[in-house]
Design a protein around this ligand. Structure first.
Ligand code: 1YM
Length: 636
């Protein structure tokens, strides 16, 4: 990986100045929203990490300053070159920071795996910063140069003596470019932690002066330590002693660790140049292909398939937990949040690395391989049993209205798109909703009591639960692998729960169910939350509705000041509300507001659901304690 090529100023290729970056920042950093702002940090961080990967730096340090809007990144590498460029009569450092696409690193001689969306480096950060200060320690001296909006304030100066070598870059993004210049400490912290797992042995120091916290990440075992952490978080029991580990370089640098567990889902985290690819992409497909082929081959050669069972790809992947990290020179990201890799050549390349390595490992570790095969066969058997059960639920719901649950009050319209199913809690809320609704377009399904926490139950148990079975029948779209949005019987599915903590709890249980077993409905934007009021506020002769305490405060401040007659009543539950009021405030499509349920960040959603709803109480406790400060008023 390390090359012996040494850099001199003449190696820099000069393309153009920085005006285009300030004119069209989105072209270089993807946008000027939060992702674009953080992209600046990743660009500078990448240079430090590259220096560490090339074997010249051992430590990378990131500091968020007290104002929360400026950052310092430093490393103890060789220091950005400072010799004078022969033609330009400027220091190499100045050329690197003031010219677009400048840098020996892009010429393919050195190892550069730019993690950026566009990999354009430090000059883009400089162009978009109100102020940037670069310091280099080299040959016993400390050098410094300051820039404003990408332009040098003065030439590079020797400002003192220094021990060791290294580079430090301080920058403050330009508020005329970025509407919001506050960095998110959690985003940076999480990224740094991942960097420390992917680059084993590099010490990554994170200092957040805005919250006065400091953390040091250093993992001798790299992604091996990362896997241990994920397994512990998910409280997943492993089915073989040692994980499969691979590290290889052939065009792409690939690191992979795999462990089959007793969990029922697959959990793969993948990264390209240290950037999480939550929606997968060609590298993940290549990995799955390689794993599938290696396993199938092993099973066939050793004649391990039991009679009467066919193994599907899902069986081979059930319970599989792992981390895939690759480094490639020119990543192409796709999707709204740019979290899917789209380089077509990667699929075959990754597959070709993983397949023979895994096959070899399976053959060399026969007892572990047999445990994995046993796990796969078990999954196939469980799948066949639960498919029979879920097919019967789906069949029942698909056949006709005759099988619909008795407590469903259906709507009259046959035009699916205009219809809505309201899921409410309890018969009394169901009664109000039934009377208040638009009979033609709105159907009501009351559920009784707390819904099963589907995160902690097997699919078989989920299917046996009466409330869930009724809901599945009413929706008609099937469940799990059989879920099909086309057969959903309504245009919208709306959760209508009391505006209190119990109501929120039931909403969360239902959302967990939709997320785990009917995710296509969420992905198709069919699931909504209604927003019933919690308070009625009468001021003079005017009535206002407040969804929560914040709303109430706002209304009182805006309309209640100086009024003598202010009357506030709190609804105990939807059942207490007059049907007409429920219609006006919550059901009437002309006046209500609905929240659409969306999966913004797949990985975060997965983490939150498994830690909050899963089996490990410690994770739940940690999550709550970390957010305890945010919870001001608890409704108990
Ligand atoms: C806080 C950010 O930029 N570190 C850094 C950058 C470079 C080097 C060392 C470096 C690279 C090479 C030779 C080489 C860069 N060099 C270039 C360019 N930290 C940070 N540390 N000597 C030093 O790749 O050959 C661009 S960045 F263009 F000079 F090669």
């Amino acid at each position: 990986m390390t090359t012996t090529h040494t850099y001199t100023a003449k190696d820099i290729t000069v393309l153009e100045g920085l005006d285009p970056v300030r004119k069209r920042p989105g072209m270089y950093i993807g946008g000027v929203g939060s992702a674009g702002l953080h992209h600046l940090v990743w660009e500078i961080l990448d240079n430090s990490v590259d220096e560490a990967m090339n074997g010249y730096a051992t430590e990378v340090c990131v500091t968020l300053h007290r104002d929360g809007t400026s950052i310092t990144v430093s490393d103890n590498g060789r220091g950005i070159p400072i010799d004078k460029h022969p033609k330009l009569k400027k220091s190499a450092l100045e050329v690197i920071l003031t010219t677009l696409h400048a840098g020996g690193k892009f010429e393919g001689q050195n190892y550069k795996t730019s993690g950026g969306l566009h990999g354009v480096g430090a000059s883009v950060v400089n162009a978009l910063s109100k102020k940037l200060v670069a310091q280099v320690k080299k040959d016993g001296h400390l050098y410094e140069q300051t820039f404003k909006l990408g332009k040098p304030v003065a030439p590079l100066k020797k400002i003192g003596v220094a021990r060791g070598t290294g580079t430090t870059v301080y920058f403050h993004p330009d508020p005329t470019i970025f509407p919001k210049t506050e960095f998110n400490p959690d985003t940076i912290r999480d990224r740094l932690e991942v960097v420390s797992y992917i680059h084993k042995g590099v010490r990554v120091i994170w200092e957040d002066l805005s919250n006065r916290t400091k953390e040091v990440f250093e993992h001798k075992e790299g992604i091996g330590n990362y896997l241990q952490k994920i397994l512990a978080q998910r409280a997943a029991k492993t089915v073989h002693d040692q994980p499969f580990f691979l590290e290889k370089e052939n065009g792409a640098r690939v690191q992979l660790i795999l462990q089959w567990t007793e969990s029922t889902d697959e959990h793969i985290r993948s990264y390209v140049n240290g950037i999480p690819t939550s929606s997968g992409g060609t590298h993940e497909n290549g990995m799955r292909g390689g794993v599938m082929k290696a396993l199938r081959n092993f099973i066939n050669i050793h004649k391990l398939t039991p009679r009467g069972v066919t193994l599907t790809a899902e069986d081979l992947r059930e319970g599989l937990t792992g981390i895939l990290s690759i480094f490639i020179p020119d990543p192409q990201f796709q999707g709204q949040t740019k979290d899917r890799l789209n380089n077509p050549e990667l699929q075959a390349q990754v597959e070709a690395i993983i397949r023979p390595a895994l096959e070899h490992w399976l053959n060399a570790n026969r007892s572990m391989a047999e445990m994995i095969v046993l796990r796969i066969v078990l999954s196939a058997k469980a799948r066949e049993a639960s498919r029979a059960a879920s097919a019967s639920v789906t069949r029942k719901s698909a056949t006709s209205r005759l099988n619909l649950p008795g407590k469903l009050t259906d709507c009259a319209s046959n035009k699916k798109e205009e219809t809505e199913l309201f899921i409410v809690e309890g018969d009394s809320a169901g009664g109000s909703a039934k009377q208040g609704r638009d009979r033609n377009r709105q159907a009501i399904l009351p559920l009784r009591g707390k819904v099963l926490n589907t995160e902690q139950a097997s699919l078989k148990k989920v299917l046996e639960n009466k409330e869930i079975a009724d809901l599945t029948t009413a929706l008609g779209c099937g469940i799990g692998a059989n879920c099909n949005v086309e057969s959903l019987r309504y245009g919208k599915v709306i959760l209508l729960m009391d505006a209190d903590y119990d109501g929120h709890h039931i909403s969360i249980l239902l959302l967990t169910f939709f997320y785990r077993h009917m995710r296509p409905l969420i992905q198709a934007g069919k699931v909504f939350l209604a927003q019933p009021p919690l308070y009625r506020i009468d001021i003079a002769k005017q009535t206002y509705w407040a969804h929560d305490d914040k709303d109430r405060k706002y209304i009182l401040e805006k309309h209640g000041k100086g009024r003598s007659k202010v009357d506030i009543s709190r609804f105990k539950g939807l059942g207490e509300m007059m049907p007409k009021v429920l219609w006006q405030t919550t059901l009437d499509p002309k006046t209500r507001s609905l929240l659409r349920v969306d999966i913004e960040d797949g990985l975060k959603t997965e983490q939150v659901i498994s830690s909050l709803m899963g089996k490990d109480p410690h994770e739940r406790f940690k999550f709550i304690m970390e957010r305890a400060e945010d919870a001001q008023e608890l409704d108990v």
